[in-house]
Ligand binder design. Structure first.
Ligand code: MTE
Length: 338
């Protein structure tokens, strides 16, 4: 991975170099992405026989958003420090990253998320951290940005649907929050929950999924330095389509583990059941480590399509982070613990 910390450096958003200067050579191929979207649409759906999730009427629920009235503070921002990751793979363009998204709360159409999500209110916002911890906390975004230095990390994101991107995230290690709340000895897992707001997130009216979106990590995975709470990308605050204002990024796992728009983080003693484990337990497991040797029941995981490239490339074990994370899984059968 490529990590750069510029603690204390504050650059107003207005001074950030426009993304096209970094990546003018990479053009977002709307046509190609659209075609791919229709092919991949069912990839994360519960099973091959399931239709595309439909919008259905359900009672409105209260959004778990914050009730504070202060506007979000301008993030500490930095310019991206490199055009490629540590393997020499080019960073995807801002256009790629912000226009080809998976965010089922809005739509299953990857190229439609940005426009549907664009007015989603992400400020004010609070995140509750509780469960098996010594110090329960409620953070607002200003707290998170001012307490923890924002770092730039260029990570590969490999979706379970076999496409990938290289993204210059901004954020801080999840371990910083966990160290503040101090997990109790009984805490073995971390459970994350996305905001539940079906009035503004039309996809959450779909009965195909058990909303809200939930994900989980083992505590040692959550404490790993690569595990990032992201507040931005390309040196600026996250846009709604990428999970603003706060999302998880776990670069050695399939992208669905990187839950967006988090409002709750809970330390628990039992393995959390994620939205995907409930929807299709035979297809999506708890670990979801990128593994070219364990195929999805409906397609190969041996190769992937890097967005912006024409051919396919080989998928790397643990998405190329094997050296850093393989020891977390020594003795674990990666085939049955998919
Ligand atoms: N988080 C929520 N709440 N809802 C989602 O539908 N999709 C996941 C993940 N996090 C998803 C989510 C999947 S399948 C992927 S590949 C990544 O978000 C995509 O992140 P991106 O759109 O920022 O590239």
């Amino acid at each position: 991975m490529l990590i750069k910390t510029k603690s204390g450096t504050e650059i107003p958003s207005s001074e950030i170099t426009p993304e096209h200067i970094y990546h003018s050579r990479r053009k977002f191929m709307v046509g190609a992405a659209g075609a791919a979207a229709s092919t991949l649409l069912a990839a994360c759906a519960p099973s091959s026989s399931s239709p595309i999730p439909e919008a259905t009427e359900q009672p409105a629920a209260t959004a778990a958003q914050a009730a504070t009235s202060a506007p979000a503070a301008t993030a500490k921002v930095v310019q991206i420090s490199a055009n490629e990751d540590e393997l020499g793979d080019a960073v995807n363009s801002f256009e790629d990253i912000t226009n080809y998204n998976n965010y089922y709360e809005f739509t299953t159409d990857k190229t439609g998320v940005a426009s549907l999500a664009k007015n989603y209110p992400t400020s004010p916002w609070q995140v509750v951290v509780d469960g098996l911890v010594k110090n329960k906390r409620i953070y607002d975004m200003d707290d998170l940005r001012s307490r923890f230095d924002q770092e730039e990390r260029i990570y590969r994101l490999r979706c379970v649907e076999a496409w990938s991107m290289v993204i210059p995230w901004m954020g801080f290690p999840l371990s910083k929050i966990l160290n503040e709340v101090e997990p109790l000895p009984e805490a073995k897992y971390v459970r994350f929950e996305t905001v539940y707001d079906p009035e503004q997130m039309p996809g959450q009216k779909s009965r195909w999924f058990n909303w809200p979106y939930v994900e989980g990590l083992r505590l040692d995975e959550a404490m790993h330095d690569l595990t990032l709470m992201s507040t931005g990308l390309y040196g600026r605050d996250l846009l709604p389509q990428n999970g603003a204002p706060l999302r998880l990024v776990v670069p050695w796992k399939y992208g669905f583990k990187s839950i967006k728009s988090i409002v709750k983080i809970e330390l628990v003693d039992k393995m959390p059941t994620s939205l995907w484990m409930t929807s299709a337990p035979n297809e999506y497991g708890f670990y979801a480590n990128v593994n070219p040797n364990v195929d999805h029941p409906r397609w190969s995981q041996g190769t992937e399509r890097r967005i912006g490239e024409l051919g396919r490339r080989k998928t790397l074990m643990f998405n190329g982070y094997e050296e850093q994370v393989a020891s977390l899984y020594s003795g674990l059968d990666l085939k049955s613990n998919y």
